[in-house]
Design a protein around this ligand. Structure first.
Ligand code: UD2
Length: 329
């Protein structure tokens, strides 16, 4: 299941200097003319290879957006305010970026006749009653962030229905990998940092809550497939189908780092989702997507930063897959 070749296209990656966006840029450059629109508020300029056209600007700014999108064939939309808790504190502010500006972007795509792949989220499902969740599971977001992603996800479908814009929404589960950093970066990078410093690994609550952790290389591959699929106007779950408890994760990270960190429990996060896990059969069927990197090998490659992620025996379809930053074949 090699990645489809995307070559000689003009592509825009919004949020291209961020965690997911910058890995996508690596996969697209230099075989395509790649543009990045980023505010660099949380994105990092140093991630961007020479030869990429950088437009420093905000997706809320119609002029910056117009400039960035002029003449493009494909837009990968990864610019967002990603903090769920910030969206709870200031719903209108995150709505402006995550929804209103995204709508501006869809309009721009319509004018340019460009395909759009948008970053949606497992947040659209809220607290699911049954697991794993498929795309037909009822959506009931439990945060403004989730509502915004759901509305965006629905708009992408409508833009295909109403205006024939080729759109795909990817509902990411818990993405991890190199370059994930900062205060909203996720539990794996937090635990890794704590383990490396031999500081306590802080489990929020009892640690029995679970997540579906998907490696960045698999997320990039899903984007490349979404950019070429005929199955447009659809939303797809992007995860591994495997759930891991936070307690297991803490132990895996402590073992992989050889750290002497104690594992401690603190207050549970208010409103935390108990369990999350993806049924990815629709993505497998329609996009030919299957996650390849298992959690243990993904973590080992993070620990030895720069080492390829090679899946473990028990990792099923991920077996024997080799991943190095920038390689997606
Ligand atoms: C993820 C996404 C978020 C949204 C949401 C939808 C990430 C980084 N965030 O949030 O954008 O899509 O899913 O459901 O992927 N935890 C600890 N100790 C720590 C940090 C976290 O125990 O130091 C726990 C936390 O309480 C939670 C779990 O780890 O139970 C995962 O937390 P997270 O912030 O990595 O991601 P999540 O699932 O809340």
């Amino acid at each position: 299941m090699d990645s489809p070749a995307i070559r000689d296209r003009t592509v825009l990656v919004t949020g291209g200097a961020g965690f997911i966006g910058s890995h996508l840029v690596d996969a697209l450059h230099p075989h395509n003319e790649v543009r990045v629109l980023d505010t660099f508020t949380t994105g990092t300029r140093a991630y961007l290879p020479d030869g990429v056209t950088v437009i420093e600007g905000d997706i809320r700014d119609p002029i910056a957006l117009q400039k960035a999108a002029r003449g493009v064939d494909i837009i990968f939309h990864h610019a967002a305010l990603v903090s769920v808790s910030q969206s709870v504190e200031a719903p209108r502010q995150s709505n402006e970026t995550n929804l209103e500006a995204s709508l501006l972007l869809l309009e721009q795509a319509r004018q340019e006749d460009a395909r759009v792949v948008v970053a949606s989220s497992a947040a659209v499902y809220g607290h699911p009653e049954d697991l794993p969740v498929s795309e037909t599971t009822p959506t009931k977001p439990s945060s403004p962030y989730g509502v915004q992603k759901l509305a965006l996800d629905q708009y992408t479908r409508l833009y295909e229905d109403l205006y024939d814009v080729e759109t795909v929404a990817l509902r990411y589960f818990n993405v991890y990998g190199p370059r994930q950093q900062g205060p909203y970066s996720g539990v794996i990078s937090t635990f890794l940092e704590q383990a490396r410093a031999d500081e306590p690994i802080t489990i929020e609550g009892d640690g029995k809550q679970s997540r579906d952790f998907v490696h960045i290389s698999d997320v990039v591959r899903a984007n490349l497939r979404a950019a070429t699929t005929d199955a447009v106007g659809e939303a797809y779950n992007i995860g591994t189908g495997q759930q891991t408890t936070i307690e297991e994760l803490a132990e895996t990270i402590r073992d992989a780092t050889g750290s002497s960190s104690p594992i401690v429990h603190c207050e549970p996060r208010p409103g935390d989702i108990r369990h999350s896990g993806a049924d990815t059969s629709k993505a497998t069927r329609e996009l030919g997507f299957e996650a390849r990197v298992g959690l243990e090998s993904g973590i080992r490659s993070l620990v030895g930063e720069g080492q390829p992620a090679v899946a473990d025996e028990e990792d099923g379809p991920a077996q024997n897959h080799h991943w190095e930053s920038g390689s997606y074949s």
